[in-house]
Write a protein that binds this ligand. Sequence first.
Ligand SMILES: Cc1cc2nc3c(=O)[nH]c(=O)nc-3n(C[C@H](O)[C@H](O)[C@H](O)COP(=O)(O)O)c2cc1C
Length: 329
Amino acid sequence: MSFNTALTRKLGIKVPVVQGGMQWVGYAELASAVSNAGGLGILTALTQPTPEDLRKEIRKCRTMTKNPFGVNLTLLPAMVPPDYGAYAQVIIDEGIKIVETAGNNPGPVINQLKKAGTIILHKCTTIRHAKSAAKLGVDFLSIDGFECAGHVGEHDITNFILLSRARQELKIPFIASGGFADGWGLAAALALGAEGINMGTRFMATVEAPIHNNIKEAIVNAEETDTALVLRRWKNTSRLFANKVTKDALEIEKNSTTGEFSEVAPFVSGKRGRQVFLNGDPDFGVWTAGQVIGLIHDIPTCQDLLARIEKEAIQATERNRSLYTQSKL
Ligand SMILES: Cc1cc2nc3c(=O)[nH]c(=O)nc-3n(C[C@H](O)[C@H](O)[C@H](O)COP(=O)(O)O)c2cc1C
């Protein structure tokens, strides 16, 4: 038995599970493993220093899977923004048919990709942003609840509310993102009206995730209380693994009298965060993880993980079916 949803049909995948874009994690090794396991693997464009490097990574991924895979393009505020248009052009030129967009002012990039016939999953944390993206013509919304890793937004609405609001308000299909690790979660998301789920943190703790094993172990050993929100003061709230650097950053955020971002910037540097995944020291810099960290207890292959999620989701759905009887009139 397998699931048949708007997501599986449109993307041509078997299991309604997407691996969300992940900076410094979303390389060909992981994306191809997820796609080979029947989900949708996604390369993260900005982990590649230039659009030409992205082209190479796409070509590499193609040699590792025959199944569909996508690319994430994240538009975040930056002093010197990357050339998003050039990354999008490489995505188009390389024949990528599925893109996950996220971040601010995605209009121009979405227009560029839509003109080329790309299927777009746009990730957002509010219904207002979801509606704007729907107007731009995206195919799916990826509704990212407050539980999620990374940029949680400024409204703190968890998925129990957000997904039902999506079901009530949106006229296009959506998937559920943030807080998912197993098939019980997938079944719950489907019950709330989603067409599938998007997972980030869970995929970090897989055999194929190209990060140091110590970080995978740190995820397995962590509890759901081991994340923290930083940068709220600057309206750029991020959920991070609650290590020493994160706690130091939070102290500065709370106590700074100037409120200058430059005071906290060295603590939240992406460069140090990247090193964490390479040197395996979970305290070397800040890194992103979601509250779902408390549900992750092992480091399976992507194949085993997705097979388990599918099986559990079917079990959970059957359990629910067994809880009611047809009334005999
Ligand atoms: C290490 C890490 C890096 C991430 N980097 C990005 C990114 O660059 N762009 C993006 O759109 N989302 C990014 N995310 C968010 C994921 O794509 C996904 O939306 C999120 O992890 C879902 O929440 P979950 O971790 O509870 O599954 C990242 C998540 C993690 C764990």
